[in-house]
Design a binder for this molecule. Structure first.
Ligand code: G3P
Length: 221
């Protein structure tokens, strides 16, 4: 299971990538709006922080033709390599655009997924990742974890190689539960990621070790 950072905040990205084995960054127009910097500025800054790890950039065009042109433009403008994934929402035009982007040799993440059927159609269209929104489902009295579980099971059952990149998390428990149903990857905010990577008992244990034994460590390094 791999972890990606769902943020465009440079300080958050730097810290996460410095300390943890992060595999990439995901963005969308809402996330970018929190930074209030144009795409032409923020994407190169993010790339400087993450090296050759994955960058998922969402398109805003509406028609399949425009989506493809937009996706290609980013590849050229930012000189992106094989770590670039174009994020395409699964609208009617989006499903067509996914097929066109794959024909053009691009990596695709199908996003804004709320049902197992949307995920299967996106996979059939060629998406490399599908991104179901867990917390947004939970918010409408639905079951985000069950949708992720259904997608994972269905992909296994039918031998579909598309990966499930679960997104939209409010807490650590949601990530724990998608991991236990076999989800391949998650993208989450800085707050949720740092919360799941730390534990107060670990901090207490380390303090106790220092207190009890540090005076015995007389071999210099
Ligand atoms: O990656 C999709 C994600 O950013 C949506 O999260 O918290 O806005 O539902 P949220």
């Amino acid at each position: 299971m791999i972890y990606l950072a769902d943020t465009a905040n440079l300080e958050e990205i730097k810290e996460l990538f410095h300390y943890y084995p992060m595999q990439g960054v995901t963005t969308n127009p809402t996330i970018l709006s929190h930074e209030d910097k144009p795409l032409s500025v923020i994407i190169p800054q993010i790339l400087d922080c993450i090296g050759d790890k994955m960058i998922h950039i969402q398109v805003i065009s509406e028609t399949a033709e425009d989506i493809l042109q937009e996706a290609k433009k980013y590849r050229e403008f930012f000189d992106l390599k094989n770590n670039y994934y174009v994020k395409i929402p699964v609208t009617k035009e989006g499903f067509r655009a996914i097929q066109m982007a794959k024909d053009a040799g691009m990596n695709v993440t199908a996003t804004a997924i709320f049902t197992q059927q949307q995920a299967i159609i996106a996979a059939n269209a060629g998406a490399d990742f599908v991104a179901p929104y867990v917390n947004r489902l939970d918010n409408i009295v639905s079951h985000g974890i069950d949708v992720v579980s259904d997608i994972v099971k269905c992909f296994r059952l039918h031998g579909i190689s598309t990966k499930v990149l679960a997104a939209s998390f409010k807490n650590v428990d949601q990530i724990y539960r998608v991991s236990m149903v076999g989800c391949h990857s998650v993208t989450a905010s800085y707050e949720v990621l740092t919360a799941l990577m730390s534990h107060p008992m670990t901090d207490k244990g380390v303090l106790d070790f220092e207190r009890d034994g540090s005076h015995l460590y007389d071999v210099k390094w």
